[in-house]
Ligand binder design. Sequence first.
Ligand SMILES: [Fe+2]
Length: 385
Amino acid sequence: MKIERILEKFKITRTNTENLCKPLEIEDYSVQPNENISPPKWHLAHSTWFFEQFILIQFDKNYEVFHEDFGFIFNSYYNNAGKRVLRPNRGLMSRPVVSEVLSYRKYVTKNIIALVENNPSDEILNLLQIGINHEEQHQELLAYDIKFILGNQPTFPSFETEMHLKEETHKSEFIQIKEGVYEIGHNNDNFCFDNELGFHKTYIQNTEIANKLITNGEFIEFMNADGYENFNLWHAEGWDFINQNNIKAPLYWYKIEGEWYYYNFNGLEKVNPNLPVIHCSYYEAYAFAEWKGMRLPTEFEWEIASEKLNHGQLWEWTSSAYLPYPNFEKAAGALGEYNGKFMVNQHVLRGSSIATSKDHSRKTYRNFFHTSSRWIFSGIRLAKK
Ligand SMILES: [Fe+2]
């Protein structure tokens, strides 16, 4: 990619993150309802620290850090980058205040632009691309976390955004996948994360995969058929999870006078049966598939069928554990901590969601979360057994 284009992308990405947060009230920026959620203020600063730590400190000899404590405060999980505030304590930090974080963003943005205009080595440009893609990932996490913060207010405030699901109106059918050898993974010059490499072959059996996501209406049928009460449909871990947490519906759903409502960015609304169901854990997606006499697709089946799937609304749970591909190699240094160390006890989600940056999604992209995650923008697609 040309330097001007990367810089343009960098500026747009930085602005987009700030615009995403603009409808928030100042009190919303520092809240951390649980360990999985990060305060919006933290996202704004951490995505900035990433550029400061991995580009400016390494490559700009004259660079002066914006604040000497920010490395400790806004490092997420990079052991190679030193000690940090523990994740559950992010919400305890009423300082730095939001305006200081926004000044930090301006300062780092300005210094990155100056550095790249003066010394655009391939190494810097490569790190800049990673930083941009990293910030785009945080834009999506911001959307999840903002929804969780507002969705847990007793007043269910609305939030101005374009992120709304659409009814899937296309005709329902199953896409055939023929048995054979297929190529999997990233194999061109465009940007990808290390977990999409290496490119390799895999053998797939004959199968069929649905061209539509499961809707709220279909999920209500599962609930009405006592799906949440039938232990035969559930993994042992899933059964324990829903019982220990008293889960009887997707996240954000409430039954009011016999009718299902949910929180979305418009506030509390009646559940629309024609929209795709969102905010189910992997456990719930699996139990639903069991009840239908079907299964979740593997990530490889998903990638092979991807062009025919009408995706783009929600990330889709796959039955594939998040594992390294053959010949996977971690990046050298601190950025080797980006993906590789999370390849245990998580499942892959494929596709993209209404919160994903437009040019961020691709058919080889491997999203991943723990099987109990429900606040992410995830949906359910089925394959035949
Ligand atoms: Fe991050």
